[in-house]
Design a protein around this ligand. Sequence first.
Ligand code: SPV
Ligand code: MG
Length: 432
Amino acid sequence: MKKVYLAMSADIIHHGHINVIKEACKLGEVTVGILTDEVIAGYKRFPLLSFAERKEIISNIKGVARVVPQETLDYVPNLEKYKPDYVVHGDDWRTGEQKVIRQRVIEALQRWGGRLVEVPYTEGVSISQLDEAMHKIGTTPSARMRRLRQLLQIKPLVRVLEAHNGLTGLIAEKTKVRQNGRTKEFDAIWLSSLCDSTAKGKPDIELVDLTSRLNTINEILEVTTKPIILDGDTGGQEEHFVFTVRTLERLGVSAVIIEDKIGLKKNSLFGTEVKQTQDSIENFAHKISAGKQAQVTESFMIIARIESLILKAGLDDALARARAYIAAGADAIMIHSKEKDPAEIFAFCEAYGKLEQRVPLVAVPTSYNQVTESELAAAGINVVIYANHLLRSAYPAMQKTARMILEHERSLECDQHLMSIKEILTLIPGGM
Ligand code: SPV
Ligand code: MG
């Protein structure tokens, strides 16, 4: 019996896949390599079905002898392991981004006299259209809430972008960049207190109350499917925080980050320029455990934000707090810094890596923005938050337009900087 290998993500199955499997069966005993969750999340998007679910589906398709994980986009490691006589694939990969992968398959097969068999591509099915249709269906609060923990399991670095209303939520949801055969996008949405307050024309001092924050959250929830991380400021009074936790869970928010400060909260990026007081370790740890006890689901995360570096309390204080907050039940730690240089963040990461009990680490590289995502990941950071960039880019653009109208006493001159009326009319579908 000849050995036949084919690989698929099997996240959305259609008759094109069945056709490839049928053709493969004609050649011998079929092994299907299924891309792992990590691989799919790395090159496309979060898989709709888990590896175990996808394996179960494919194993039960007639003619499939066995299913194995394929842990890289590249077929070669599995081909070397199983040495198939044939690899079967649709002929659509002769051009485009998959060309390189195809070439490597051909070269590997040559080493033991194997052959690539290409099946005519099944016309009329478009994964991207199916994807879009799935997207329109949306999500449920519990599926959305779970997604953050799932992402932390399968992505080396979870990438988060700030949004402060429905429109910016849509940007965080939909912006994609195709680069080196991979689709890059944001994994989750940060609901910044700074941007939510600023967008409302208010200072970032916990003045915008929970009801108002919830309105913003709802606006974003309505038009997106990605997980939401709420900037919960200090979490407020412990007696209030326990109610907040349950409200957020009910809505399907994935996580709240609370910072260890008390009194009138000021934005961290002021550092020691303004009076800010750090909470005691005991008090804040108590607040965390009260929140953890209040939560109903397994999915919701309470993330403890350490302000020791911001307030110049030192690395040892930061580490002592990390230890205490983790012991109190924190699901992740956010370490913040306002330095231009990432040295203190990296020093924290290194020391943190030696702690016995660890949870995922979150960083907000606003001031030390020269660091790359791969440097952060290598240092042990699991979540990167771009905390204020949409609002900061919108404001100067809007201000410039306002000035130009005043200067020219008409709007003709600013038109070249604006989206067209046609574009804005059709930006959000359903308006016609
Ligand atoms: C926010 O985005 O509101 C934050 C992060 O809390 S920072 O502004 O850096 O304090
Ligand atoms: Mg904030």
